[in-house]
Design a protein around this ligand. Structure first.
Ligand code: FAD
Length: 312
């Protein structure tokens, strides 16, 4: 058994494992895919201390750092299916893997991240990172002075449109429903901006490109059924970030109505000895540096738990 078992091998889980290993705890990382969302990320320019890196390079750097720690055991391609919490404080929690294996640890750190909900229209997957983007904080500056669309009129879509309008040349916000669902104050702010157009009742049907980069988007006016083309250089899809927590349903770990693991300011869940970090939690702002900070915090909380709790 491990003293600490980290579930997830993205920036949050890796940061957590480095901290617990350096406390001398036998630490396991069980990850479906080491590196997490970093594997799908091209340029990263907002990690302090690293002016520019790319997702796969950062993954390799993290892997090297983890492998240098003798007390960390990485289990890649290990997908968690079920968590069975200890029946008493200080007892062993169990992680049941999809492949049938069972891992045990007195303390666990849940860091299974999240995935962006995709539109599922032709062109979206082909032009991912070639004009199709999901994170305005990350990729907004790449579209300086250009024309972009934001798909989705909820809070995240309207916030993204406001954010982008200050950087890019023009923003077209496209909402499927007959009205925006964002808070009124955000809608008012958006509509006050000169370089923004809002389209409602509009269904995005295709993202087009020249083979290398995005050059437009096709939407259907849901009233008339007419199709229209918008020429642009970028499309930000903002229709939801889904936490990878399906495997925690029925575990007893408290989840928010959006399925995020509910954590306090120390990264503790509602269950003793079980902590969580990163995009799978209620932490505001889903970013690499935020996930790393949360991972280190959860690790120090796990340390605190382990030194104060008798093994049972
Ligand atoms: P993740 O990176 O999602 O990692 C989750 C880990 O858990 C993975 O190892 C995954 O395989 C594993 N996992 C999931 N389910 C299970 C399971 N059931 N069992 C076992 N393991 C499981 N942020 C920035 O700060 N700057 C950027 O420039 C930037 N660009 C981005 C570009 C793209 C295209 C995307 C998608 C995201 C970008 N982000 C960026 C966001 C950033 O990648 C995330 O905030 C960060 O990766 C979250 O880290 P995490 O460890 O919480 O989760």
């Amino acid at each position: 058994p491990f003293e600490v078992l980290v579930v997830g091998g993205g920036p949050g889980g890796v940061a957590a494992s480095i901290y617990t290993a350096r406390k001398g705890f036998r630490t396991g990382i069980a990850a479906e895919r080491f590196g997490g969302q970093l594997n799908d990320t091209l340029g990263i320019e907002n990690l302090p201390g690293t002016e520019y890196t790319e997702g796969p390079k950062l993954t390799a750097d993290l892997e090297r750092q983890v492998k240098a720690q003798e007390t960390i055991d990485v289990m890649n391609l290990a997908k968690a299916a079920k968590l069975v919490p200890a029946s008493r404080p200080g007892g062993m929690h169990e992680l049941h893997l999809e492949n049938g294996g069972v891992l045990k640890a007195r303390s666990m750190i849940l860091a299974t991240g999240a995935r962006w909900r995709a539109l599922g229209v032709p062109g979206e997957a082909d032009y991912r990172n070639k004009g199709v983007a999901y994170c305005p904080h990350c990729d907004g500056p790449l579209f300086k002075g250009k024309r972009v669309a934001v798909i989705g009129g909820g809070n995240s879509g309207v916030e993204a449109a406001i954010d982008l309008a200050g950087i890019v040349g023009h923003v077209t916000l496209i909402e499927f429903d007959t009205q925006l669902r964002a808070d009124q104050v955000l809608q008012d702010k958006l509509r006050s901006m000169a370089n923004v157009e809002v389209l409602v009742n509009a269904q995005t049907t295709e993202i087009t490109g020249d083979g290398n980069r995005v050059n437009g988007l096709v939407y259907k006016d849901r009233d008339s059924g007419d199709e229209h083309t918008v020429e642009l250089e970028g499309v930000f899809v903002q229709i939801g970030l889904v936490p990878n927590t399906e495997w925690l349903t029925d575990s007893g770990v408290e989840l928010s109505k959006h399925g995020e693991v509910v954590v306090d300011s120390k990264g503790a869940t509602n269950l003793p000895g079980i902590f969580a970090a990163g995009d799978c939690t209620t932490v505001p702002y889903k970013q690499i540096v935020v996930a790393m900070g949360a991972g280190s915090k959860a690790a120090l909380s796990a340390f605190d738990y382990l030194i104060r709790t008798e093994a049972a």
